[in-house]
Design a protein around this ligand. Sequence first.
Ligand SMILES: Nc1ncnc2c1ncn2[C@@H]1O[C@H](COP(=O)(O)OP(=O)(O)OP(=O)(O)O)[C@@H](O)[C@H]1O
Length: 261
Amino acid sequence: MAAHAGGLTATGDRTAVRVENLVRSFGDRRVLDGLDLSIAPGEFVALLGRSGSGKSTLLRALAGLDHEVAGSGGLSAPDHVSVVFQDARLLPWKRLLDNVVLGLSGPLAADRGRDALAEVGLAGRERAWPVELSGGEQQRVALARSLVREPRLLLADEPFGALDALTRSRMHALLRRLCERHRPAVLLVTHDVDEAVALADRVVVLDRGRISADLPVRLPAPHRHGGAAYEALRGRLLARLGVDAAGRAEDIDSDGQEKTA
Ligand SMILES: Nc1ncnc2c1ncn2[C@@H]1O[C@H](COP(=O)(O)OP(=O)(O)OP(=O)(O)O)[C@@H](O)[C@H]1O
């Protein structure tokens, strides 16, 4: 999907996403309050934040789906942006291949669609209907539909939130493989600190309309979980989210300092 709506402009080669002083209000409520964020080409950034902190609002702005952000701070994203949501949003009356290549034209579209389905482990299922697939398989098709467009930016809004733990961890491995191969910049919205650390090069936390933490993940892939460095990073992120490592809620002072309740 091209992202040229609202206040979006196209980025150059050195930056995939640049957001400067972004402001978005709904009525009296200022949800994004001078937010700054940049993402390099090929970089995988996970976005954490409490419920209602504005994660989806930011993602919609980057996807060009929010026309009201025009006139606030600078916002630039690549020409080719794909979005994956929590539900696969497949068209039930179209077969899988037709869902994947929807909107594409040219003699090679079907071949590219077949390749994309094979990449997500669904070779041979081109003529199946969405209703014949499990939730995880439907999400694979959604990934194939995104990647067949060779996006320079992949925006993912809780794409694995509705899946069981085993399917989710398989999808993590798949997404990592696909990103290594296609190298889009990625902004993944998630509630799950472990998911963020498992997948991302950098994890940012959105709080009170701004990025309150921006931490690189310097852990060896693919087995990042466990070990002191992992636990330390996880603890810092949970603290930023106002939760201690045992899952208890904390208060956060207005200056952003953590304070156990
Ligand atoms: N179209 C809208 N009209 C009015 N308020 C909105 C609209 N869209 C979002 N909001 C409000 O903006 C705030 C941020 O919403 P958003 O969906 O971005 O949060 P989120 O961080 O993605 O939350 P969650 O993690 O629960 O999905 C919420 O208080 C929400 O009610």
